[in-house]
Design a protein around this ligand. Sequence first.
Ligand SMILES: Nc1nc2c(c(=O)[nH]1)N[C@H]1C(S)=C(S)[C@@H](COP(=O)(O)O)O[C@H]1N2
Ligand SMILES: [Mo]
Length: 501
Amino acid sequence: MEHSDNKLPAWRAALVGVIAVAAALAAGHLVAGVLDANSSPFLAVGNTAIDITPAPIKDWAISTFGTADKLVLLSGMGVVLLGIAVLAGLLSRRSVTPGTVVAVVIGALGVIAVMVRPDLGQLSILAPVASLLAGVGVFRWLHRLAHGIEESADRRRFMQVSAGVVTGIGVAGLGGQLLAVRTDVDGSRAAVGPLTPAQPAPAVPAGADFAPATPRFITSNRDFYRIDTALSVPKVLAEDWVLRIHGAVDKELTLSYADIRNRPLVERAVTLCCVSNEVGGDLTSTSNFIGVPLGDILADAGVKPGADQLFSTSADGWTCGTPVADVMERGLLAIGMNGEPLPVEHGFPARMVVPGLYGYVSATKWVVDMEFNRFADKEAYWLKRGWAARGPIKTQSRIDTPTGVANGPKVTVSGIAWAQTKGISKVEVRADGGEWQQARLAAEVSLDTWRMWQIDMELPPGDHTIECRATDRTGYTQTDVKADPVPDGATGWHSKTISVR
Ligand SMILES: Nc1nc2c(c(=O)[nH]1)N[C@H]1C(S)=C(S)[C@@H](COP(=O)(O)O)O[C@H]1N2
Ligand SMILES: [Mo]
């Protein structure tokens, strides 16, 4: 019996909305688990949001939240969705129609988000469709039961069905999660075994490290900064991975993981840096990368002289344009990091590493396609969003310690400096705009890595502003002119206020 004059209590209406939205998410997650984790409508909406967010907001998010940017986005979406669910319920206290309309609109958004994802197949549409049907169906079902409550038996029935649906949500959600990890990328990675380079990187000399005042010279795989647009990490098995090399080449190549692994492997210490790194920021890390020089692989393909861009694409459809000259001279197709196969978040099974270029123009993770063309022909992901086509890393330095309060009058100030491919020849430090003083430099490991520095300064008690600046081996001293990360990397001297007692 429908009582259209009969209003649902607010809490019950809100509960119906929230359970319906949860059912929609769980149903989508379950189907996505079978198909592709990224077809889960929640993730697809998040991934689409990342792609269509105006560049300034995205840049702000990366510089504010760094590696936590994804968690912040997903949590924010969860809160918004919860609000919509409550609202949809409250709008439907009299009639089921307004809530149904809201459910259909949100469901349709999920469908559209999955349809526009470049990396998802046709079948993936089934996940958001399951969400839409579950959301609308559960909403109307529970609403009808809630609206029909006249005696305690009706109330009991409503509560029983709600509890049953909530249990179903739990089972579907968990099932989807288990199915999603069924793509056993960890197993594939473990099966690779240790990677032993034919040409290991020289051991890091003892004098290269000023840790713990600065980061360790080699960043552990765990601590290595992570930046990418992937909400759910692409799961590519080594045994399934193929790399296609095509475009302006004499001979197209299709390489398997074994093809790469069976070549003589080299190991190189490289400091990667994100273009979004603010002056003083922490989006930079150093690793011993293991792989094959791209120049060797590309010699087999024969790159035609007219091509100036290596346009690479990842398994999840992210794209990157790298100058051919840099790739030929220094590029690495990396499969290992610090003795292990690449961690999944850092590009397993294979990624590009080109010392001297910011990550967005060089460091494609989960790389599956390399096309040779011209920069004028094809624009990569971040270029369409206002970043520069060329991204050579700028000479930079950072103060790490002390932080906050230091005991004086002798204060040891430490930090790092980097000028990949050029090398660091000098770091200077000053307090309160006074004379520049030259810091001690740690042993140089490679021109492609950061270099630690340290200096003892005499500082009276009180607050002091410390600044640093690096000079690279070309003789260039980093500019004091402040520039934002957009479009091609931040500039300016890092300055830090410390309190000496
Ligand atoms: N597939 C893919 N590769 C990518 C990106 C991405 O979004 N997707 N981001 C790039 C950027 S901007 C940087 S700075 C580096 C970071 O590499 P890391 O996460 O291993 O530190 O990866 C690059 N490679
Ligand atoms: Mo980046």
